[in-house]
Design a protein around this ligand. Structure first.
Ligand code: C5P
Length: 208
């Protein structure tokens, strides 16, 4: 399971990142462990305690998260990408603190990060189930369906982040579980309760 944001260094004191709290990924890790799974949680920087009975791998950047995911996905039955991975990173990291430009603007050149969940889904010996999230502000279901196909995922968990009760940092969530066969709506509940439903759905697929 990947969780939390990634941080992409600009210089020794600055980075690009996002508002991910990691709560959904950590709740999933707890619920998977409670269901008896052997869980590796690859986490970006968050202010959360490691869940019990979960092996925590701390990373900072998307490239570090990708390397950890590729080494751990090898013998996993299931991979869940719950991290809010930065899509871009600075093309070059300045070794020194960048100084103000005397009133002139500053441009950063960005390059695309690897898509971790899509890379895992394309591995020759991929985990039997690869699931990811789609956090959207509009056209939730159509974006999520497209994302599932484009990334080669078995399940997409679609999350409306335009509503205050289900946005980044909230303790609650309301999602749609989207597979090739069906779409299920999970009404507003704690992230742990949502995680338990997701784990049940994944376990059912694994046993099929
Ligand atoms: O394309 P988008 O970022 O909306 O896709 C979200 C899903 O893809 C999440 O499951 C997220 O963890 C995963 N992702 C990833 N690597 C990226 C970008 C997103 O694994 N570089």
């Amino acid at each position: 399971i990947t969780a939390g944001p990634t941080r992409e260094a600009i210089d020794p004191v600055r980075y690009l990142s996002n508002h991910s709290s990691g709560k959904m990924g950590y709740a999933l890790a707890s619920a998977c462990a409670a269901a008896g799974a052997d869980v590796s949680l690859i986490s970006g920087p968050v202010g959360l305690q490691a869940p019990e009975r979960v092996t925590l791998h701390r990373v900072t950047s998307a490239e570090e998260m990708c390397a950890a995911a590729l080494s751990l996905a090898d013998d996993a039955d299931c991979f869940i990408g719950a991290a809010a991975v930065a899509d871009y990173r600075p093309a070059a990291v300045s070794g020194e603190k960048i100084k103000k430009q005397n009133g002139r603007g500053l441009s950063l050149d960005l390059v695309e990060n690897p898509d971790i969940v899509a890379t895992v889904a394309q591995l020759p010996n991929r985990p039997r189930i690869v699931a990811g999230f789609a956090a959207e502000t509009h056209d939730l279901l159509s974006h999520a369906r497209t994302k599932r196909l484009r990334k080669g995922l078995d399940m997409v968990i679609a999350n409306d982040i335009s509503a205050p009760e289900t946005t980044f940092g909230s303790d609650q969530n309301a999602v749609h579980l989207i597979t090739a066969e069906k779409e299920t709506r999970l009404a507003l509940a704690s992230k742990y309760v949502i995680a338990e439903h997701i784990v049940t759905a994944l376990a059912t697929r694994l046993s099929e």
